[in-house]
Design a binder for this molecule. Structure first.
Ligand code: NAD
Length: 445
């Protein structure tokens, strides 16, 4: 394919040289004449393992050249990869100035091209730069459409293709990527990007444009969080005289609960008799040892804020009669200790909502032993709110919070806004279908 690559920084120059190495005809574009001259001399403008040899090779064979001329690049390509920088502004916000400018320039060149040569083949603009969800569709597509004088997805292809290369090993990562993500405005735009990387290993994900934009942030936020977590835990271990690497060796070997998809789906707040207690005592131990652990110390506040979001969803409905499905701290148990649903019920009760609760595992008639005593002594105010059936709650409620996957509850929930407002705390199995229904609100979208 004939490819133009805009921005010859780390991402652009590696992408350009590697694509040329795959057999594409590539033209790199940068506003910086020095970088353009370096590439045309067969030298890489960045220091990276293998990039020097690769650039020399593909420039020598004529597969890669560079220019400062946007028109020349657009005339000579059918697809453009945008790799310009998106640095932080002083207040932390994302700087989109370079993206906006290059989009405008490409749009103008495309308008000129179709003016000169009549209806030439559709050009596809692919954004590689990291940008917040919404940037492509709400900011860049309108700029492109205005300057081209056409419609994205019809007259011009548009896609977002975030890049997951690590500086230092980026050439190796290009040819062996962890994954390829294609955010496509339409299928034809996605096909162009897929064809570009045809033959590379790794799974290909074709997703809506904002999802592709968000994935890059999910990845980088998680990577930062992992490093911060490991370092904080290491510091606490050290202060307590424990070898943190020995701890992490065992931690990492657990592929069921630790290094696994477990606990990584957005849903409701956590609780129970272990997580809150153990986090509290670990943070307390760190504090006593004068070890600062801001990440660990903010896990419980983050959890509390998430619970508060559910309270706010109820408040926003403006309704007073509330039903709650689920009360124990997770499905399949009657354990109420530190259940986030108990906390939610207490906050709503405290705010004067008329509450009725149903949880098959926590009906007073079935409770025995410690849990019966717990609810009678610690939660007598909630005991009187427990209903004996799903219907009793549905008959009472103007708004229902669903925090259980109990099939008896799920099958009784009304559809299509026919009944109480449903606040889905856990992303119900049929959430996708319900999402467009009136009176459905999801906490975990
Ligand atoms: N560096 C990485 O490892 C990495 C990894 C993944 C994603 N990203 C993202 O990729 C994007 C690029 O990052 P980078 O590190 O390569 O940036 P960089 O600053 O090294 O390079 C950006 C290049 O774009 C050029 N440029 C700016 N405006 C231009 C225009 N109008 N036309 C042509 N060229 C123009 C600049 O002169 C510069 O050479 C950023 O959004 C970044 O967040 C970077």
């Amino acid at each position: 394919m004939r490819v133009s690559v805009f921005g010859l920084g780390y991402v652009g120059c590696v992408s350009a040289a590697c694509l040329a190495g795959m057999g594409h005809q590539v033209i790199g574009v940068d506003v910086n004449q020095v970088k353009v001259d370096l590439v045309n001399d067969g030298k890489a403008p960045v220091v990276e393992e293998r990039i020097g040899e690769l650039t020399a090779e593909v420039v020598r064979t004529g597969a890669l050249r560079a220019t400062t001329d946007v028109h020349e690049a657009i005339m000579g390509s059918e697809v453009s990869l945008i790799c310009v920088g998106t640095p932080s502004e002083p207040n932390g916000s994302l700087c989109t100035t370079y993206l906006e400018r290059v989009t405008e320039e490409i749009g103008a060149a495309l308008a000129d091209r179709s003016g000169r040569s009549g209806r030439s083949g559709r050009h596809t603009v692919v954004f590689r730069s990291t940008m917040l969800p919404g940037t492509c569709l709400n900011l860049l597509v309108p700029i492109l459409e205005k300057s081209v004088g056409g419609t994205a997805g019809v007259d011009i292809g548009v896609a977002v293709n975030p890049e997951f290369l690590r500086e230092g090993t980026s050439v190796r990562d290009f040819f062996d990527p962890p994954k390829t993500v294609i955010g496509e405005l339409d299928a034809a735009s996605g096909d162009v990007v897929a064809a570009l990387y045809d033959g590379l290993p790794g799974e290909v994900f074709r997703v809506p444009v904002p999802v592709a934009e968000a994935i890059k942030y999910a990845d980088n936020a998680f990577h930062g969080l992992k490093i911060g977590f490991a370092n904080e835990l290491g510091a606490v271990c050290q202060a307590l005289g424990v070898d943190s690497h020995q701890v992490m060796d065992v931690f990492l070997a657990d592929r069921k609960l630790n290094i696994s998809p477990a606990y990584l789906r957005p849903g409701f707040a956590f609780g129970g008799s272990c997580l809150p207690k153990d986090l509290r005592s670990l943070v307390h131990a760190a504090r006593r040892a004068d070890v600062s652990v801001p990440i660990l110390a903010h896990v419980l506040p983050s959890n509390a804020d998430h619970l508060q979001r559910a309270v706010e969803l109820v408040e926003r409905t403006g309704k007073r009669r509330v039903g709650l499905f689920g009360l124990s701290f997770k499905p399949g148990t009657d354990d109420l200790r530190e259940s986030p649903l108990v906390e939610l019920a207490e906050r709503l009760f405290g705010k004067g909502y008329e509450l009725k609760i149903y949880d098959a595992n926590v009906s007073l008639s079935r409770l025995i032993g410690a849990n019966r005593e717990y609810i009678e002594t610690r939660l007598p105010h909630l005991a009187q709110l427990l209903a004996d059936s799903v219907e009793e709650v549905l008959d009472h409620a103007e708004v229902c919070l669903v925090g259980t996957r109990d099939v008896a509850v799920l099958s009784a929930l009304p559809h299509g806004g026919d009944g109480p407002v449903l606040i889905d705390l856990i992303r119900l199995p049929d959430a996708d279908a319900r999402r467009t229904e009136p009176g459905y609100v999801g906490l975990a979208w």
